[in-house]
Ligand binder design. Structure first.
Ligand code: HEM
Length: 151
């Protein structure tokens, strides 16, 4: 099995990075939809239903499969011999940031349901602030895995 993973390494990493790009696109876009949904849309209107459809499709058709694929190929890389040295710093800083990103993904899922039930209580400003989180986490992840700071 491990020989198989070693042979597949370039492809596993390729599919990992492709899935990451799709996931990140959704993590940046969905909170932005929530900003306009909160600030510009009347509850129960035709536009409200349109935003609900856009948010549901983005989460279910793009973000959920992309997050799953990012984890599956990421864990394949973790189990590829010689790739991750857990005595280094970078796997831990990356793991912490990736777990925070996964929490944020689920937080967005709950907020989507708030809009669906007409029960959103957060302001456009709160969603704008939360929209900065995936950017900060992406910087931590990419610096961790490419620069590998400290030791
Ligand atoms: C979801 C769980 C994740 C796991 C388990 C994981 C694990 C890994 C591992 C083990 C590698 C291989 C490092 C190497 O080849 O030396 C890797 C590569 C990479 N990961 Fe992840 N990763 C995850 C999520 C992410 C996320 C969310 C991002 C970006 C925001 C990301 C960006 C990258 C990049 C850019 C590379 C290629 C680095 C290079 O070519 O040196 N990963 N990942």
């Amino acid at each position: 099995m491990t020989d198989f993973l070693i042979e597949l390494y370039p492809w596993t990493k390729t599919l990992h990075v492709i899935s990451v790009i799709a996931w990140m696109a959704g993590l940046f876009y969905l909170p932005r939809l929530f900003v306009y949904h909160t600030e510009e849309v009347e509850k129960g209107s035709k536009t409200d239903l349109m935003f609900q459809t856009m948010e549901r499709r983005l989460l279910r058709a793009i973000m959920n499969p992309a997050m799953t694929a990012t984890w599956v190929f990421g864990l394949c890389l973790v189990f590829t011999p010689g790739i991750v040295d857990w005595s280094s710093f970078w796997p831990w800083s990356k793991a912490a940031a990736v777990l925070a990103m996964t929490w944020f993904h689920h937080w967005l899922g709950y907020r989507r349901k708030d809009f669906m039930r007409g029960q959103n209580t957060r302001t456009g400003r709160q969603y704008r602030v939360m929209n900065e989180l995936p950017t900060v986490l992406m910087v931590v992840v990419v610096v961790s895995v490419i620069v590998r700071p400290f030791w």
